[in-house]
Design a binder for this molecule. Structure first.
Ligand SMILES: [Zn+2]
Length: 381
């Protein structure tokens, strides 16, 4: 964009970026190397979204599981990512290359999700900008679907080619896969010196409001595992913290510095929600119900090979919350066709969809929650 046509707000944004860069240089934290916690470390700020509310009949345990699993993708989904080009959100190819390597770092763990770069914003569920001065952030998992198709779902607002900065991209992609901040895990038992936290984050380069700091640090979010597992201070989804912000546990009073890269528990978590899946599934046939027999968070997959071209009904039954999605195989790639989510309601997931004879479809069902002793099954008719 020509200098004279740039708006005042763009110039102000650029000035803020330059000042922040100078301040980071001054405080010696220009590289933002993960683990290098100090007052000058720029941190990821997840955009606020309304928390899902449930009726009084939904127990606390069920609501926690629903909130946890609701942001996760159905395993086997191909997530398409798009890089904005040119002003104001584009970046040079070196930045994009770091992000490609960060996607590969997740994929190389052996997971059932796939990532594919696309060349138009309309094709991308994940849309990535690199606006300097706008920090690093991403919406969480399926929340990206609620954003405008020409909007960013992720921003990477500083130089990713610096040593260790690939972890920023890995962290933001972790959000896009549905993983929240680990330091907000209520199992962590962190007791903050809240006023010190607000004061530290109000300083450059973050300059966060109290609301932003509350949303990203102080607020407790549902446990990061369906088993309610322990806190992982080395998670790539955990911030570094300088001394004086954490009161308890006492060993972190002098600061907390997560180890670089993905932790063992990060790897276990992503493999739990997105295990490698084969393309060979039991076949679901009309009027033969299939018992799901899975635990919360797990997924069952079925092949559907219609013997006639017509509309079919798919329905789960039993006392449970499920998300059910059907994909059509097109040129070897699974394309989303239709889905239903009955979580938090008394209804069962169901939809009606027209299927073509001679095509192959895959039905994927993830269980959020099942009531004690209740069986869940699926039927096609
Ligand atoms: Zn984050």
């Amino acid at each position: 964009m020509a200098e004279e046509t740039r708006s005042l707000s763009e110039r102000v944004d650029e000035l803020i970026t330059r000042v922040a860069t100078l301040e980071r240089r001054y405080t010696g934290t220009l590289t933002n190397q993960p683990g290098q916690a100090s007052a000058g470390t720029a941190l990821c700020a997840v955009p606020p979204v309304p928390e899902r509310q449930f009726g009084a009949d939904v127990s606390l345990e069920r609501a926690q599981l629903l909130r946890l699993i609701a942001t996760k993708w159905v395993n086997g989904t191909i997530l398409h990512y798009y890089f904005f080009q040119g002003s104001p959100w584009g970046a040079d190819s070196a930045q994009m290359e770091v992000v490609r390597r960060a996607f590969a770092a997740w994929k190389d763990l052996g997971i059932g999700l796939d990532f594919k770069e696309v060349s138009s914003a309309g094709e991308g569920e994940i849309r990535i900008g690199f606006l300097r001065g706008d920090g690093a952030w991403s919406y969480i998992g399926r929340d990206v679907l609620d954003q405008g198709q020409s909007e960013r779902t992720m921003n990477l607002g500083w130089d990713l080619t610096q040593p260790g900065e690939i972890d920023t991209a890995i962290h933001e992609i972790g959000h896009s896969l549905g993983f929240p901040h680990e330091h907000q895990n209520p199992n962590a038992g962190i007791v903050w010196d809240e006023e010190a936290v607000y004061a530290a984050l109000a300083k450059p380069p973050n300059r966060w409001s109290r609301e932003k700091t509350h949303w990203n640090i102080i607020r407790k979010i549902p446990p990061d595992s369906v088993e309610g597992s322990n806190w992982d201070p080395n998670s790539v989804m955990h911030y570094p913290f300088e001394a004086g912000l954490i009161k308890e546990p006492p060993q972190y009073r002098n600061g907390l510095h997560p180890a670089p890269g993905l932790s063992q528990k990060d790897i276990e978590q992503v493999r739990f929600f997105y295990p490698v899946i084969s393309n060979v599934y039991p076949e679901l046939r009309p009027l033969e119900s299939q018992k799901l027999s899975i635990a919360a968070g797990e997924q069952k997959n079925y092949s559907v090979i219609p013997q006639a071209t017509r509309s079919y009904n798919f329905r789960t039954f039993g006392e449970s919350d499920t998300v059910m999605v059907i994909f059509e195989e097109q040129n070897g790639e699974m394309r989303y066709l239709k889905g239903a989510d009955d979580s938090g309601s008394d209804l069962n997931a169901s939809f009606r969809v027209r299927l073509l004879k001679g095509r192959r479809y895959v039905l994927r069902i993830r269980l959020y929650y099942t009531f004690a002793g209740g069986d869940t099954a699926v039927i096609m008719s």
